[in-house]
Design a protein around this ligand. Structure first.
Ligand SMILES: [Zn+2]
Length: 281
């Protein structure tokens, strides 16, 4: 059964009315269309998005060898985390995977509010930590876990952000999730279907057995959820993020996820300049 339509983004819902007004004004949410590109890798960030009932795929800019989805942003998060680190360029492509609504804030307003509001900064830094943890987990997942278990994980993550057991997801997106060719997608989806965990017809997915799908998924799904609950599921506190180190760490994580040896480092990331310096010093 579908959940009632959501009315809020969880990060914005924790703000004071005054801070909220400075960010979104009295403008209505924008509509996110399926497959809409919200930012390209290497492009300047012009807007930050806080999804309400739409959700967004974050895709590596791997060139020539396909792409890989490495993160999902729904109403638990925001698109545009580099701004939290003082960086106004997106390292990833962002594509709408679930149509719906989102609050849109222009980058300048966001940066002004971040500078003036340490409470907001601390709150969003906590989300940044969760976001980085999701990237790290995806690096492990992509390297070590079986396709069927990885597909179960991504379907559960998508279900959480769609807030529904039924959602539409194209074959292209499934291939992006897994970083494999279509035949691999078909095989993994068929296996989950034979186990009566999902039904998949022309992109329409129905999750038939949530608990069964959780058992079929790799541990990454549960680990992500625990980190989220531990970090954002209670009152925020100051986090004191080391932004420079975090920037380098995020870049290296994203590069390593997309990399399949032999790998040429993508120009979008500053990884080539890292040398042997410690990531967090
Ligand atoms: Zn995994």
């Amino acid at each position: 059964m579908n959940s009632p339509r959501l009315t809020e983004n969880l990060l914005l819902s924790g703000l004071s009315a005054a801070a909220r007004l400075r960010l979104t004004g009295d403008r209505p949410p924008v509509t996110l269309a399926l497959s809409e590109i919200l930012s390209e890798a290497g492009a300047r960030i012009r807007h930050v998005y806080f999804p309400i009932d739409g959700f967004i795929s974050l895709i590596t800019p791997a060139q020539g060898r396909g792409q890989l989805e490495i993160g999902l942003v729904g109403n638990e998060g925001m698109l545009g985390v580099p701004l939290l680190l003082g960086i106004n360029v997106s390292p990833l492509r962002a594509m709408v995977q679930g149509p719906g609504r989102a609050w849109r804030v222009d980058a300048a307003s966001m940066q002004q509010e971040l500078a003036a509001n340490p409470g907001l900064r601390a709150a969003l830094n906590r989300y940044l930590y969760v976001f980085l943890a999701q990237l790290m987990q995806t690096a492990t997942c992509t390297r070590f876990h079986l396709i069927e278990a990885r597909l179960a994980r991504w379907l559960l993550m998508t279900r959480d952000r769609a807030h529904s057991n039924q959602f539409h997801i194209t074959h292209e997106f499934l291939a992006l999730m897994l970083g494999v060719r279509r035949v691999g997608v078909t095989s993994a989806a068929s296996a989950l279907q034979r186990r009566k965990l999902i039904r998949y017809r022309r992109g329409d997915i129905s999750v038939l057995d949530v608990r069964g799908l959780e058992r079929a998924a790799c541990d990454c799904y549960g680990i992500d959820k625990k980190i989220y609950a531990r970090t954002l599921g209670r009152k925020h506190r100051e986090s004191g993020t080391a932004t420079t180190g975090a920037t380098l760490l995020a870049s290296r994580i994203v590069s390593s996820i997309a990399c399949e040896a032999p790998c040429t480092v993508q120009g979008t990331f500053p990884s080539a300049d890292l040398g042997d310096r410690p990531l967090l010093s």
